[in-house]
Ligand binder design. Structure first.
Ligand SMILES: [Zn+2]
Length: 690
């Protein structure tokens, strides 16, 4: 769209079921933020919309497991996510949430309009029901044996062992992942959106009308459309979500993927009374930033819903990114193979822009990409510190040393070819950066800026003002040459601050501080100009823009990642974060428990029991057999020799035919990872614990 009057930029609503990791940032929040900051610097009319997606089955299941309400789950994660976004400089105009009333009303009205217009098909089907927890189960919560590879832990939507895509009907012996009970089928009525009725229109709109969309997006849409669309249920059986606004629809809510994208509209309503200008006027440019797993919802289903509704504009572009892997492996939140944004902010205080830099430089714009801590360190140390930071710092130090801390004159009469070339480079880089950002090529745009600072370094190296200064007494042109060099280096710095601002806003602000200029200088109309800093203007002392990242910091992060790794546990993926507080006991009650230190001297897996290990524990005066449910966390060979704390007077218990005489104490962290409770140094077996 040429010359839109206003921009409406959305970033996928993160699911309020856990904190955000760096893959989320790289996938859509950072690119959206870069684009929005650029548009603001262009003084365009732009609204940046975000919020938490707070409905859907995983939230109710998590609440059930933790013994809290779904509202408590979403309250917790909404605030963690919101805080992380803020700290990373993701500059939403509003960060809302789908549990807000305005959203319930908006989504409800949207559904009602489609219903009244006769859009939906009403169908009764049979679905799997868990009688113990009294819920219909989503595919992910049905487990059974994979018909392809016989893996007995396959999910209703996929077998993670062989990768087959499955439906619950294909599973052998389907069971509930919640309660382990066999499932029954029950009849239920739902409202289906007939996507097939919009197929022809979608083909024309996307395949013919949006050939400029990114290849990964266009390609996925094309393959969906080529394989034919079908009706999809837009309601679910649940008590958590937006009630279906129809009579006789008790216990039914809107499908989370029906309500979530409408959340963009609700949040805009919350933000401004002029919301309809942004959503209903054809001269608004709507852009959805998302990750590749959301392409079908944002390019096919939501546009079809908007089309069916009739009052809203359609997205102009949906620049989805692919996935960011971590150290060569796919991110897995259930295994805790992820770099969490809230933890990064704690570990690298003041380095938020460094993460923004690395995630943009490494963005999975066209294919899946890999984040490694080593690359993070390299990019910081050899690009930010050695190229960009080094150029700015040298320019400042030399200006203070050779020009008395003031912007020197530009002597037009002695400009040489190198000076002229640098002036041209500044203008050209500003144009290139602009074009690349407008084409959603943020990586290339960022490299363009770094490259400009590289050219600055090279220029300074060739002009050698620190050598020229020695010729002041012999060469009448020496001072002019120094002045020109530093004048241009300072103007280049001013340009760098404008161009880097959408990517590294905190650094740009710091640079403004050094130049003693107001933020208005960062307006994009100034990009490419070489008279931004006035002659004679005195500038502050340099501050270091970036610090070096040391090897130890990187080693620590890699260890942390590996130590945090949780092995997948069936139906226990969601861990207990809320401590169950127990009732008070007397000292005498406590004294009844006999605790001793022992050493595991042998360990073996118990046959046909995934979770159990049979241990022999040396308690000084005897060796006890203890069966412990830790096999998913520890392998037998790794724990032999470990000292542990044992409850020795627990009544014997038979497990899988083995008598267990005691219990090993374990600590469990919030992610469900287990740790032995051990003395800090090796002590005699049989030592008492009290
Ligand atoms: Zn399989």
């Amino acid at each position: 769209m040429n010359n839109p009057k206003r921009y409406l930029i959305t970033a996928a609503l993160p699911y309020a079921n856990g904190p955000v990791h760096i893959g989320h940032l790289a996938g859509c929040y950072l690119p959206a933020d870069i684009y929005v900051r650029y548009l603001r610097a262009q003084k365009r009319d732009v609204k940046f919309i975000g919020g938490s997606d707070e409905h859907g089955v995983p939230i109710t299941i998590r609440a059930m497991k933790e013994g809290i309400t779904p509202q408590q789950v979403v309250d917790r994660y909404h605030s963690i996510i919101k805080e992380s976004m803020l700290q990373m400089g993701i500059s939403f105009d509003i960060y809302s949430r789908t549990s807000n009333k305005v959203h319930h009303d908006t989504a409800s009205d949207f559904f009602k309009k489609l219903y009244d217009d006769g859009v939906f098909e009403e169908k009764e089907t049979e679905q799997y029901f868990d009688e113990k927890s009294n819920t219909f189960l989503a595919d992910r919560y049905i487990v059974g044996t994979c018909p392809v590879c016989n893996n007995d832990k396959a999910y209703g939507d996929q077998c993670e062992k062989c990768g087959s895509s499955l439906s619950p009907e294909q599973l052998i012996n389907p069971k509930s992942a919640l309660s382990d009970v066999p499932l029954v089928k029950k009849k239920t009525t739902h409202w289906y959106f007939p996507l097939q009725n919009y197929e022809a229109w979608l083909k024309e709109w996307i395949i013919e009308g949006h050939k400029e969309w990114k290849n990964n997006v266009y390609g996925q849409c094309k393959s969906w459309l080529d394989s034919g669309l079908q009706s999809r249920a837009m309601t679910r059986d649940s008590n958590w979500g937006i009630k279906v606004p129809l009579p006789n629809a008790d216990g039914k809510v809107l499908y989370v993927w029906f309500d979530a994208p409408i959340g963009y509209i609700s949040a805009t309503k919350e933000l401004t009374n002029q919301w309809a200008d942004y959503w209903c006027k054809e001269d608004t440019k709507l852009v959805h930033f998302i990750g590749k797993d959301n392409i079908v919802f944002h390019c096919i289903i939501f546009p079809a819903m908007l089309k069916a509704h009739g009052n809203f504009i359609l997205p102009d572009n949906v620049p989805a990114n692919e996935f960011l892997n971590i150290e060569g492996e796919k991110v897995s939140t259930s295994r805790n193979w992820a770099v969490w944004v809230n933890e990064y902010i704690k570990d690298f205080e003041g380095c938020e822009d460094v993460l923004r830099y690395v995630l943009c430089a490494n963005a999975p714009e066209t294919k899946d990409n890999d984040f490694t801590w080593k690359d993070f360190q390299d990019r910081n140390n050899s690009e930010l510190v050695s190229i960009f930071g080094n150029f700015v710092n040298r320019a400042w130090v030399l200006m203070h040393k050779l020009c008395g801390g003031k912007v020197p004159k530009l002597h037009e009469d002695v400009l040489d070819e190198r000076d002229k070339a640098l002036m041209k480079d500044i203008q050209q880089s500003a144009l290139n950066t602009q074009h690349l950002i407008e084409e959603y090529k943020f990586r290339d745009a960022l490299f363009e800026v770094i490259d400009l600072s590289r050219k600055g370094n090279k220029y300074m190296q060739e002009k050698e003002p620190w050598i020229v200064v020695k010729q002041l007494t012999t060469d009448p042109l020496a001072q002019k040459s120094i002045d020109n060099c530093l004048h241009l280096c300072l103007q280049l710095t001013a340009n760098l601050s404008i161009l880097i601002n959408p990517f590294l806003p905190t650094i740009a602000k710091k640079m403004c501080g050094m130049m003693k200029v107001v933020d208005r200088m960062l307006d994009w109309e100034n990009a490419g100009k070489i008279d931004l800093l006035k002659v004679g203007y005195s500038l502050r002392q340099p501050q270091l823009l970036f610090r070096k990242i040391e090897d130890e910091e990187i080693t620590k992060q890699i260890e942390k990642l590996k130590n945090n790794l949780v092995k997948p546990i069936m139906s226990e993926q969601v861990s207990n974060e809320v401590e169950n507080s127990k009732s008070e006991i007397t000292f005498d009650d406590f004294a009844k428990i006999d605790l001793k230190i022992g050493t595991i001297v042998a360990a073996e897996k118990v046959e046909k029991a995934d979770k159990l290990l049979k241990l022999q524990v040396d308690l000084g005066t005897e060796i006890r057999t203890i069966v412990s449910g830790i096999a998913l966390h520890f392998s037998a060979e790794d724990i032999v020799g470990k000292q542990v704390t044992v409850v020795t007077n627990l009544a014997p218990r038979k497990m899988r035919g083995i008598e267990s005489n005691g219990m090993i104490l374990m600590a469990e962290d919030k992610l469900g990872k287990l740790y032995f409770v051990s003395p800090t140094t090796v002590i005699d077996n049989g030592s008492g614990v009290s």
